[in-house]
Design a binder for this molecule. Structure first.
Ligand code: FES
Length: 355
C-alpha cells in the first residue's frame, strides 16, 4: 500500500480547512472591550460582597427564626446563608464565562495529530504558543480582572472556613461534662427523685407491675419538659430499659446491691459500640443483643459484654422506689452512656470481677 493510498483511506473527504477568522466586535472596539472587562469585574466584586454577606449572616442571624413562603418553611439563618453563598459561587461562574466569551481571543487554531513525543522544535513552538495564549487571555495586562478574581476566590473560601465552627463546641472537660457525659437524670436528687415512665404510654412504672422476664422501654419523666431538637438530643441519651429477673439467678455485685429493686434493674438503651438502641432481650440467658453488630450484654451481670465489638459494659442506672411504689432515679448514670469517644474516662466502667 503506497503513501497515496494511505492518505486516501485516512482522509476520505478533502480537508475543508478553517473559515477565515473574523475578529469579534469586542476585539476591534476598545470601548466594547472596556465594557466587557467592567462586567467581569462587577461579577467578581459582587461575588466577593456576597461571600462577606454570608459570613455576616452566619453570626448576625440566630438559628430558630422560622419563615414561611407558601408551602415552604425554613430557618431564616439557613435561607440567607445559603442564598448569599450560592450567589457568590454563581457570580464567579458568570464572571469567568463573560471573560472567556468576550475578552479572550476567539481565533480557532488547528493542531495536527502527531506522534506522542515532540521534537525540540515543536516544544519551542509550544512555548511560543503558550506565551501567545497568556498574552491573548490578557492575564498580565488586565490587572483589575485578575485582582477581582483573586478577591472573589479568596473571599469565597472565607464562609467555608467560618462554617467549620459548626463542628464545635470544642470538647473541653467542662463542655463534655455538660453535654455528652450528662443525661437529664442528673436533675434528680434523693429529695427530688425522677420517676421512670413507659416510653409508649408515658405512665409511671410501678415496681409491683413489672413481671419476671419482662423488658420495658422507658424514659425519665422530666423528658416532657424538653421540646424540638433539645428533646431529641436528651431522649437519645436518656433512653433506658427496665428488666426484671429472679434475684437468685443473677449476679449482683456488693457495690450495686442497692441499685436494684427486687431483681428490677435499669440500663441505658444505647449500645456502647456505636450507639444503636437495643431491645432484643433473651429472657432465659438474660442477654441483650444489639441488632447492629451483634454485641451481647449480660444484664444479669451488670451489663457485662459477652460477645461482639462493644468494648464497654452497658451503663446501669441506680434504681429505687418512692412511697407509692413507683420506680425512681435519684442520680445520673455514673459513667457516660453511648459509644466511646476519644477523651472518655473509662475508669468507672463495670468490668468482669468488680465487686
Ligand atoms: S452498635 Fe451495637 S454492636 Fe454495634
Amino acid at each position: 500500500m503506497n503513501d497515496n493510498t494511505t492518505n486516501q483511506l485516512q482522509r476520505p473527504v478533502d480537508d475543508p480547512g478553517l473559515e477565515p477568522h473574523v475578529p469579534s466586535w469586542v476585539s476591534t472596539n476598545p470601548h466594547a472591550d472596556k465594557h466587557a472587562e467592567g462586567r467581569v469585574v462587577v461579577a467578581f466584586a459582587v461575588s466577593a460582597l456576597s461571600a462577606l454577606a454570608s459570613v455576616v449572616t452566619y453570626f448576625a442571624i440566630p438559628l430558630g427564626i422560622q419563615i414561611e413562603i407558601g408551602p415552604f418553611h425554613s430557618d431564616l439563618h439557613n435561607v440567607i446563608f445559603g442564598t448569599t453563598m450560592g450567589l457568590a459561587i454563581f457570580l464567579i461562574g458568570v464572571g469567568a464565562i463573560t471573560w472567556a466569551r468576550n475578552i479572550m481571543s476567539d481565533e480557532e487554531i488547528v493542531q495536527e495529530r502527531h506522534v506522542p513525543y515532540s521534537d525540540e522544535q515543536t516544544r519551542t513552538d509550544a512555548m511560543v504558543m503558550l506565551s501567545d495564549g497568556v498574552r491573548d487571555s490578557g492575564v498580565a495586562r488586565r490587572r483589575f480582572v485578575m485582582g477581582s478574581l483573586g478577591g472573589a476566590l479568596g473571599l469565597f473560601a472565607l464562609p467555608l472556613v467560618v462554617t467549620l465552627a459548626d463542628m464545635g463546641p470544642w470538647p473541653t472537660g467542662r463542655k463534655r461534662a455538660q453535654t455528652i457525659e450528662r443525661t437529664i437524670f442528673a436533675e434528680a436528687t434523693p429529695q427530688k427523685p425522677i420517676r421512670l415512665v413507659n416510653d409508649v404510654s408515658w405512665k409511671p412504672i410501678k415496681a409491683a407491675d413489672v413481671e419476671i422476664g419482662q423488658l420495658i422501654n422507658a424514659q425519665p419523666e422530666n423528658l416532657e419538659n424538653y421540646h424540638g431538637v433539645e428533646y431529641q438530643q436528651q431522649k437519645a441519651k436518656s433512653s433506658i430499659i427496665v428488666v426484671r429477673m429472679d434475684p437468685a439467678s443473677i449476679n449482683i455485685p456488693a457495690s450495686r446491691k442497692d441499685w436494684q429493686v427486687s431483681g428490677i434493674l435499669c440500663y441505658s438503651k444505647i449500645c456502647t459500640h456505636v450507639g444503636c438502641p437495643i431491645t432484643l432481650w433473651e429472657q432465659q440467658t438474660h442477654h441483650l443483643l444489639c441488632p447492629c453488630h451483634q454485641s451481647t450484654f449480660d444484664l444479669g451481670n451488670s451489663g457485662h459484654v459477652v460477645f461482639g465489638p462493644a468494648a464497654r459494659s452497658l451503663p446501669q442506672l441506680k434504681l429505687s422506689v418512692d412511697t407509692e411504689g413507683y420506680l425512681i432515679a435519684t442520680q445520673d448514670f455514673t459513667v457516660p452512656v453511648g459509644p466511646s469517644f476519644f477523651e472518655r474516662d473509662s475508669r468507672n466502667d463495670f468490668k468482669e470481677g468488680d465487686a
